[in-house]
Design a protein around this ligand. Structure first.
Ligand SMILES: Nc1ncnc2c1ncn2[C@@H]1O[C@H](COP(=O)(O)OP(=O)(O)OP(=O)(O)O)[C@@H](O)[C@H]1O
Length: 652
């Protein structure tokens, strides 16, 4: 099935369940978007009534943030959008009429003209003052609304980290048809969205009131009532046409993917100016190649909607026809006033439609934000508390995996294939194996970043999903190489391991010492105290030490019963790595510990059980001695590492 975009390009409707989706080629972009039904007032009304409660809630919330600020701002808006334009029109028309009468009679009334002009100037000055005042009120109100939404969004994000917003889900569905999507996935769920939606709806409301006021004024005072009605009709043709025909991507969910090879290459070359490529480009001596590769950009062409544009000149046609048919019907002052108000009204209609589009695009995300808020205190998973009541689990978390298989969302390959495994409380488990064999995936399932596709994982006899997620998170500590430093002071970065003691210097100091290698501890700790800063200020190894220190701080809560350590030491020197593992082992009392590692020499000898994995399966399981005796895959890997050590030692 094919469809055509408004610029005439052909597209095809994708075969995805749910709302019909079409795909278009627009310039260098391939765009996937929802097929909109033909404009139907009934549908529009239905849509509007669905979002109306959200809109009311939004107004109520903004009002409750600061009632007086709200009222003053609304008053300023009413003046600015509704009263001032009609008053200005009246005053200008008065000036022009007095001048025209004076010119016709040959004796202009200087005093009357001065009074009329002065009044008009007064109105301009008053408006300017109100305008400035409105801006100030607006900034204050906007800050409050932003803060309110940031709070809602943050709470929503953290409570529903793993579940995408419904809108984002729709966009993700649109994206299924594209690979490597780069553009405009969300853009609509943004922190300021709440404010802009509110502001746009208020502004549009008062502007509509102002426009009606102006049209009524024109009908009654400038034209006869009958002429006024014709003028209003003539004037409305253009906005109605543009609202019916000019439907663009702005107010629809869409996904765009650049697919023009020249454009993509140019974008890639441009990206090479980022600091992260600096070293490679300089040492690789490819600067000249990059500069020569830049080619001119091609762009999308927009077709102008002729009928809509021409309709803009209909009011002018109206004066012209009137001048021919009824030359005495319109005075020059009336034509000048009409002309002035016509361009003002036309700009105003554009603004009203633009504002409505902002409201239409913004109200659904606002609704989603509110919906998230309702779910803030719910936990995913079940209602069982952990540790189970009456069983504090002094030794650590007992875990059983039975026939567990897992495929990452959107893939069919099994990252884990029918794993069965029993881990006793307090055991130290070391997982080894080739790249991509599924080691990290086990950790991701145990920390509930994902749920198994089939099979079951039980914790203390109950399904892992039956426990309150918050309780499980509280009882689990994960230390991987993917952690980031928070954009806070280094001290706080460690302290947040146990938020209840984030100010406790003694505990933080102790955790920092455990996270750092003993010899480097003093220097490292001094640095942590001094720096108030970002990740860029610390080296890769220091970042890993800080993250490790945060984990040791976490242990101080006493609640941690499972520790998952996944290659946290890639940037540490051998001494620091050995010390870190040593410190972690010393802290193992009361905790089940699972280590994923490639450099296992100093760990596996202490392990209660070693899992050796390959292609998503556990191919060997046992203690170091048992697996060495078996002379299988583990033994082979161990010997390779040991031989490398011995060779290095001999060379030294
Ligand atoms: N987010 C993901 N989406 C899709 N597939 C993934 C994802 N993460 C991992 N995989 C795939 O799952 C399989 C197991 O990956 P996993 O990271 O568990 O391996 P690993 O044994 O930890 O590897 P390594 O030793 O390289 O860290 C691999 O084939 C990998 O490509």
């Amino acid at each position: 099935m094919t469809s055509e975009s408004k610029d005439g390009s052909k597209g095809s409707t994708a075969d995805v369940a749910g709302p019909p989706i079409r795909s278009l080629q627009l310039g260098v972009y391939r765009v996937v978007t929802e097929v909109l039904p033909p404009l139907s007032l009934r549908e529009q009304w239905k849509k509007a009534s669905r979002v109306f409660p959200t809109f009311l809630r939004l107004v109520k919330d903004v009002y409750s943030l600061s009632p007086w600020l709200f009222f003053l701002w609304i008053l300023a808006q009413i003046w600015d959008s509704s009263i001032e334009p009609t008053l200005s029109l009246h005053l200008s028309s008065r000036v022009l009429n007095i001048i025209e009468t004076g010119l016709k009679s040959g004796s202009p009334d200087g005093a009357a003209i001065s009074r009329a002009v002065a009044l008009r100037m007064l109105c301009v000055v008053f408006s300017a003052v109100i305008d400035q005042w409105k801006d100030r009120l607006e900034y204050r109100l906007m800050d409050k609304v932003d803060l309110m939404f940031q709070r809602i969004i943050l709470r929503g994000r953290f409570s529903r980290f793993r579940r995408p917003l419904p809108l984002t889900a729709l966009l993700a569905k649109l994206a299924t048809d594209l690979t490597g999507v780069q553009a405009n996935l969300s853009g609509r769920v943004w922190e300021r969205g709440g404010w802009y939606t509110f502001d746009a709806s208020m502004d549009a409301t008062w502007k509509i009131a102002g426009t009606i006021g102006q049209l009524v004024y024109i009908s009654r005072n400038i034209l006869s009532t009958e002429h006024g009605a014709i003028f209003a009709l003539v004037f409305l043709v253009q906005p109605v046409l543009s609202s019916v025909f000019e439907r663009d991507l702005f107010n629809q969910p869409h996904v765009a993917q650049a697919n023009d090879p020249h454009f993509l290459r140019m974008r890639g070359l441009r990206a090479l100016s980022e600091p992260k490529y600096r070293q490679d480009i300089i040492t690789g001596d490819i600067v000249q190649h990059v500069i020569q590769g830049i080619i001119p950009e091609s762009g999308a062409v927009l077709l102008i909607h002729l009928a809509t544009r021409l309709a803009r000149d209909l009011p002018m046609l109206y004066y012209a026809v009137n001048a021919i048919i009824n030359p005495s019907g319109l005075s020059l002052a009336a034509i000048a006033t009409l002309h002035q108000s016509e361009s003002l009204l036309s700009w105003r209609f554009d603004t009203i439609f633009y504002r409505f589009r902002i409201v239409a695009a913004g109200i659904s995300p606002v609704k989603e934000m509110y919906d998230q808020e309702h779910t803030v205190h719910q936990t995913e998973g079940g209602d069982l508390p952990y540790p189970p009541l009456g069983r504090p689990h002094e030794h650590g978390m007992p875990i059983e995996l039975t026939n567990v298989s897992f495929s990452y969302p959107g893939t069919t390959a099994e990252a884990l294939d029918n794993i069965t495994l029993s881990i006793k409380p307090g055991q130290l488990v070391v997982v080894v194996g080739a790249n991509g064999s599924g080691k990290s995936t086990i950790v991701k399932l145990l920390t509930r970043l994902y749920d198994a596709t089939s099979g079951s994982i039980t914790v203390d006899g109950a399904d892992i999903q039956a426990y309150r997620l918050a309780d499980l998170r509280h009882a689990t500590a994960a230390l991987t190489q993917d952690h980031h430093l928070y954009p806070l002071s280094l001290r706080e970065n460690i302290g947040l391991g146990n938020p209840a003691h984030v100010q406790n210097m003694e505990m933080i100091q102790d955790a920092a010492r455990q996270g750092a290698q003993r010899r480097a501890a003093r220097r490292f700790w001094r640095k942590a105290l001094e720096k108030m800063t970002k990740e860029a200020d610390v080296s890769g190894g220091e970042r890993q030490r800080l993250v490790a220190a945060r984990t040791f701080m976490r242990f101080t809560s006493g609640a941690v019963k499972l520790v998952c350590v996944d290659e946290p030491s890639s940037n540490l020197d051998p001494d620091a790595e050995w010390q870190l593992f040593q410190n972690l082992r010393q802290a193992r009392d009361g905790k089940t510990m699972i280590f994923v590692t490639h450099r296992f020499a100093h760990l596996t000898k202490h392990a209660d059980v070693i899992l050796c994995m390959n292609e998503g399966k556990i191919i060997e399981m046992g203690t170091h001695e048992e697996l060495m005796e078996r002379d299988g895959e583990y033994c082979k890997m161990f010997k390779i590492q040991a031989a490398a050590f011995e060779e290095t030692a001999r060379e030294e």
